[in-house]
Design a protein around this ligand. Structure first.
Ligand SMILES: Nc1ncnc2c1ncn2[C@@H]1O[C@H](COP(=O)(O)OP(=O)(O)OP(=O)(O)O)[C@@H](O)[C@H]1O
Ligand SMILES: [Mg+2]
Length: 265
């Protein structure tokens, strides 16, 4: 069973944070301890959506003032948030050695938890810094929307990940659709284009409708899955969580989250 999921996208602003937060809440149905690592320092951060005010972030771990366990922020939704730092000091702008040592620290903390799952909100694009985190996860979710720029940038992202790690499996979520049929059609088009040039497998794990409720959930700082768990949108997130677990995991020799837990299982 997989233990870590990276939420990525080629283009920014397509819904990664929204999906990372709601997916984390959905995963509470299958695991008792969920951690969300926010490495994406975009506009609407995970902490905003989760209604958490993180006084302490990875910045304090980077500076050596705090340990990982001190900066884990519980939220009302039950998801434990690890905030990725500040604009000045964050996981993306430290050197490689430091980044790996912090990743190890996070990993050691997670390994102490029982029945744990990790979701990582990754910054958009194919920057090396962001890819380190994506490749440390055993499943990669790519969020796309029905725009040519999203397709092109997501293709470039998968190509970059593939060339570094040979990861073959990519879960695709199509966001901001009118209905699931549109999601499936967009996925087919995307799959046709990308698999022509790359020897990879794309797995359709679901779509999310465009909805004003999602915008409102940010303003209210309450994720839709916490507020209206029975709504259609919430059911989509639950379906996506289930489908992700039906897809094969990626394996490689590099640094991975929760590898020791996997070995024990
Ligand atoms: N299905 C949806 N329906 C309506 N609005 C949505 C939907 N998904 C995301 N949004 C809105 O789109 C905006 C961007 O979403 P979000 O912050 O989750 O994207 P992101 O990919 O994390 O962005 P960034 O690359 O800046 O980190 C937010 O205002 C969010 O409310
Ligand atoms: Mg984001």
């Amino acid at each position: 069973m997989s233990d870590s999921i990276a939420i990525t996208s080629g283009k920014g602003g397509v819904g990664k944070t929204t999906i990372a937060v709601n997916l984390s809440i959905a995963l509470k149905k299958i695991a008792s301890s969920i951690f969300l690592l926010d490495t994406d320092l975009g506009m609407a951060n995970s902490h905003v959506l989760l209604g958490v005010n993180p006084d302490l972030t990875i910045a304090e771990v980077i500076s050596g003032e705090k340990k990982i366990e001190d900066v884990v922020m519980p939220s009302k939704s039950g998801v434990n948030l690890i905030s990725g730092g500040t604009a000045e000091s964050n996981l993306l702008n430290v050197d490689n050695t430091k980044r790996y040592s912090i990743l190890n620290e996070i990993d050691n903390h997670l390994e102490k938890q029982k029945d744990v799952k990790l979701v990582v909100d990754i910054a958009a694009g194919a920057e090396d810094n962001a890819l380190v985190f994506a490749m440390a996860c055993d499943r990669i979710v790519i969020v796309i929307v029905g725009e040519p720029t999203s397709f092109i940038d997501s293709y470039a992202l998968m190509k970059a990940i593939y060339s570094k790690s040979s990861f073959k499996n990519y879960c695709i979520v199509v966001n901001q659709v009118e209905d699931d049929n549109q999601g499936k059609e967009l996925f087919k088009k995307f799959q046709e284009i990308t698999t022509k040039f790359l020897d990879i497998s794309l797995h359709y794990v679901g779509s999310i409708k465009s909805s004003s409720k999602i915008k409102k959930s940010i303003i209210n700082r309450t994720p839709i899955l916490s507020k209206e768990p029975k709504s259609e949108i919430s059911q989509s997130f639950l379906g996506i969580a289930k489908n992700i677990y039906k897809t094969p995991v990626n394996e490689w020799g590099g640094l991975t989250f929760l590898s020791k837990v996997k070995k024990r299982a």
